[in-house]
Design a protein around this ligand. Structure first.
Ligand code: NDP
Length: 322
């Protein structure tokens, strides 16, 4: 089968298309014919070495496809079932062996691209809005990269929960998109003093929670945008990781809280995974969640997909058609 592999860390050019033996469905696993694999920033971090993986390595964590074999001891999953997953390294491939309890069924009402967008990015937006900081109508949230893969789903979930959403993004087209998704205010954050603008928009108070996926370029502005005892959620590194900082910075700015969450810790049980997937599928099937695919590439063009994602110009989900 064809798969994408890399033998050394580096830029997108280290990704190779190779012919390898197909995996088998070992105990507790299912073998899936992959329909679409999702392209995510974490894949670029595995490739670049920011998040090291043993080499040589496959790439990609997310996908959707149909089960073609079931391993020993698997219950509740069967051949012919469509499933999605978000944490199986090596998903840029024609076939993937996925732990049966880490994939979940995709109803017929959800097409492949939507299912893929809802797996890693959708689940992330869900845990951020429902669990890391359960948003309500009394809250104001600042959302970075709001037209991005996670961002656009987070804006919608936050608005549906009644929160006031201040969305940060960078171009006219992205601004129009996030307004249409329910953002109350838009900050063109690359061009302005973010914290001063947020204070203006909140009557000098600051926001209750910041969802910051940009990291290095914005973390200080994020802390400066919070009300006393507000929460800074540093969940991504699009511009580079947040550097180590003195916790006195939290005291000085108003006894702030901060967290650095990971999706894996918010889908710890099968029940939690099923809850988030079911909620997202339900919203999408009823037309209450806009899922935008930015681009779909052939599997062999994974290198181009990585370049595009890292350019910061995309808006929505990037997929590989397998
Ligand atoms: P996006 O679709 O949001 O793409 C990144 C966006 O970040 C760009 O479109 C751009 O939006 C903005 N950006 C700002 N500075 C840069 C830069 N220097 N280079 C590139 N982009 C930049 O990606 P995702 O939604 O897939 O992921 C966003 C971040 O969240 C990633 O770091 C990812 O690893 C992380 N993440 C974390 C998870 C977790 O559980 N902790 C799970 C999922 C994702 P704009 O034009 O608006 O500035």
């Amino acid at each position: 089968m064809r798969a994408i592999r890399f033998t050394r860390s580096g830029g997108p050019d280290v990704l190779d298309v190779v012919d390898v033996d197909a995996p088998t469905a070992g105990p507790g696993a299912v073998l899936v014919d992959v329909e679409h694999a999702g392209v995510n920033f974490i894949d670029t971090y595995h490739r670049s070495g920011l998040y090291p993986v043993p080499l040589p390595s496959g790439v990609g964590l997310e996908g959707v496809g149909t089960i073609v074999a079931v391993g020993e001891g698997v219950t509740g999953r069967e051949v012919g079932q469509r499933v999605a997953w978000a944490d199986t390294l090596g998903s840029y491939a024609e076939q993937v062996a996925v732990a049966a309890d880490r994939c979940y069924p995709v109803p017929d009402t959800i097409d492949g691209p939507t299912a893929c967008a809802l797996a890693l990015q959708g689940m992330t937006a869900h845990y951020l809005a429902f669990s890391t900081f359960p948003l309500g109508k009394e809250h104001t949230a600042l959302v970075y990269a709001a037209a991005g893969g996670v961002g656009r789903i987070l804006v919608q979930l936050a608005a549906q929960r009644g929160a006031r959403v201040i969305a940060c993004t960078s171009t006219d087209a992205k601004e129009a998109a996030v307004r249409a998704l329910g953002a109350d205010e838009v900050v063109r954050y690359r061009d302005v003093d973010i914290a001063a603008t947020v204070r203006e928009l909140t009557g000098g108070v600051g926001v209750d929670v910041v969802y910051d996926s940009v990291g290095a370029a914005t973390w200080e502005a994020s802390l400066d945008s919070l009300r006393p005892r507000g929460l800074a959620v540093f969940y991504g590194n699009a511009s580079g990781p947040v550097p180590a900082f003195d916790t006195q910075e939290l005291a000085r700015r108003g006894s702030l809280f901060t967290t650095r969450p990971r999706l894996g810790d918010y889908v710890l049980t099968g029940e939690e995974l099923a809850w988030r997937a079911g909620a997202l599928h339900g919203l999408a099937a009823s037309g209450n969640l806009d899922v935008t695919v930015h681009a779909t590439y052939p599997l062999a063009d994974a290198e181009r997909a990585h370049r595009d994602l890292e350019s910061g110009t995309t808006a929505g989900k990037l997929l590989l058609e397998v």
